[in-house]
Structures are given as C-alpha cells and as structure tokens.
Design a protein. Structure first.
Length: 292
C-alpha cells in the first residue's frame, strides 16, 4: 500500500466512480495495472445489523476467480440493484466490438459505490457495510436485504495511495468512510503511525478495529440530522480543530459528504499549508442528491 510515486492529481472528487459503466481512462500517475472492466453477480450469504447505523452484507461472488483487486486499501465496487421489484439484476455483457453494453435490451440497474470491507480470494466472499439512511436504492435494499438476494458488482477500483517514505497517515471520515478506515487500518504495516477521526451517529456505531499499526482514533459522535444545526455532518469543524500535523511527511485521506470533504481538504491545504498532492478528499455521498 506504500508507493513511490506522487499524486499528480487534484480531483474535483465529488463525482468519483460516477457510473457502473464508467470511465477508467484518467491517468492518475500511479504505477498499477490499468483497470479491467468486468461485472459479477453476488448472492447475499448473510445480512447482519453490525451497529445501529450499519448493515453488513456478505456476498458470494460468482466467477470471483476473475475478480481483480485494485491494490488500493480503500477499494470499492459499484453495487448494482434491481431496477424494480419485478426485474432481476442483470449485468452488461462484452459485445463483439469489445464494448460493454446491453444488446439484449436488459434494464440498466441502479448502482452505488461501496467499499470492499474485506475480500476473500479463496472463498470469493466480499464484505460490504452499508450505512442506513432515509431514501436511496442501496440503503433501502440493505434495510430489507435477505439471504439469497442477488446484486451486481464490478471489478474494484481505489484511490488511497500512501506516497513512499511517508511516516504517517491521517484519515478523516464520516460513517460512510468507516468501512474504508477498517480495511486500511487492518492493512497498514506494523508500527505505522495513523491518526484517525471518524464521525458516527451514536456511541454504539464505534468499532473495534484490529491493526498492527500505531493508531490513535478519535470518535466524534455527532453525525446525522439534528434539530440544533443544519446538515448531517460536522466534518469541517472536526478538520478545523486539527491545528497541527505530525512531524515528517504524511498523507491525508478524507471521505464524507461531498461539500464537507472539500471543505476539509481546504483546511489542510490552505490553513495548515499541507501539500495538496498528499491529500485525497473524496465525496462519498452528496447531500440532497443520489450518488449516481
Ligand atoms: C468510493 C466510495 C466508497 C463508499 N463506500 C461506502 C460504504 O462502504 N458504505 C456506505 O454506506 N456508503 C459508502 N459510500 C457512500 C454511498 O455510495 C452513498 O451514500 C450513496 O449515496 C448511497 O446510495 P443510496 O442509493 O443509499 O442513496 P442515493 O440514491 O445515492 O441518495 C438518496 C438520498 O439519500 C441521501 N444520502 C445518501 N447517502 C447518505 C448517507 N450516508 N447519509 C445520509 N443521507 C444520505 C442523498 O443525499 C440523497 O438525498 C461510498 C461512496 C464512495 C464514492
């Protein structure tokens, strides 16, 4: 997960992973294999209420031997769901011209990005943690998900890329980024310094994450709608309270509501003067808008 190239990019970030049949052609300056477009069906093996705000679904991926992990610890898939109650999930197919499409006229399936919390390449089981919220095809599916439900996924892609020589990582996320925090902390090398701030809706959403890294975690119990303030998230306030960063070179990963993530990036870049090439801020969701 530690790499020797530097980020060449500063993305807008609010429309990352915008479509299931999406464009992977952008050159992100990373030394990894180009994205291979591919689609899979997954069947829910278990559905569990992990905590008040999270539903954990374990999917068995058919043809999982073809799945190509991205090499990024924050990798995600687009989770494709039934277009309507009467129509099953179907996948695009590779056509004669090499493009992916639906020549049989099958219905496009709505899909949303979800972090691969865990991938077991031997059993082809994929763990996904879905945040419960009002509305939304994905959250609504998760709330009523049953063992045996079939969904679609694509090959994973990812962003998190700790520049080689970094001495620390700072992760600042709301609860939608908690699955990424879990996966990243599990994969960090022994003793690597990590500072983690996660905004969750309630105490019971805090998680115990097993890691070899040297982690200090601060939980902020304030996510969600409340009468006493506007909006869902206090991520920009939480960022603003971070007045100094550790010694040495580091990397900052921000995930949350799109405008909030962007405001957090500005704090580190403009107020603390941190190198913008060492910040990835991703709008995981967009208040008032579907994440299509
Ligand atoms: C790279 C990446 C990884 C992600 N990983 C995860 C993950 O592991 N787990 C996870 O739960 N989410 C994750 N997300 C966020 C998830 O894709 C969005 O929350 C998405 O909008 C959910 O789809 P939906 O169909 O439920 O809602 P949508 O149809 O997209 O939106 C419907 C309405 O719900 C609102 N909404 C969407 N998400 C939230 C939310 N979290 N809280 C409150 N309101 C919301 C929207 O503003 C909109 O008004 C990730 C996003 C990205 C880009």
């Amino acid at each position: 997960m530690m790499h020797d190239d530097h980020h060449q990019h500063e993305h807008d970030d609010t429309h990352e992973a915008h479509d299931h049949e999406h464009d992977h052609s952008h050159d992100d300056g990373h030394d990894h294999e180009p994205y291979v477009e591919d689609y899979f069906l997954g069947e829910a093996m278990s559905v569990e209420r992990l905590s008040p705000s999270l539903i954990r679904v374990v999917l068995k991926i058919a043809g999982g031997e073809r799945l190509i992990p991205s090499g990024h610890a924050d990798e995600w898939v687009r989770l494709a769901l039934r277009p309507d109650a009467d129509t099953p999930v179907t996948l695009p197919v590779k056509m004669e011209d090499g493009e992916w499409g639906r020549p049989d006229g099958s219905k496009h399936c709505p899909n949303r990005p979800y972090t691969v919390r865990r991938w077991d390449a031997a059993s082809h089981e994929m763990v996904i943690d879905v945040v419960v919220h009002e509305g939304g095809v994905a959250a609504s599916w998760a709330l009523g998900a049953q063992v045996g439900d079939v969904v679609g996924i694509c090959n994973p892609e990812g962003r998190l890329w700790v520049p080689k020589g970094s001495q620390w990582i700072l992760m600042l996320t709301d609860i939608t980024g908690l699955p990424a925090v879990g996966r990243v902390l599990e994969e960090l090398p022994t003793g690597f310094k990590a500072i983690v701030h996660v905004e969750v809706p309630c105490e019971a959403d805090k998680q115990e994450i097993v890691t070899q890294a040297d982690v200090s975690t601060v939980w902020h119990v304030c996510h969600g709608l409340r009468d006493d303030r506007e909006g869902y998230t206090e991520l920009p306030r939480i960022a603003g309270e971070i007045k100094e960063l550790p010694e040495g070179s580091g990397y900052i990963y921000i995930a949350g509501e799109a405008r909030a993530a962007s405001a957090c990036r500005k704090h580190f870049r403009d107020v603390l003067g941190f190198d913008k090439k060492r910040i990835d801020a991703i709008g995981y969701w967009i208040e008032g808008q579907a994440r299509v």
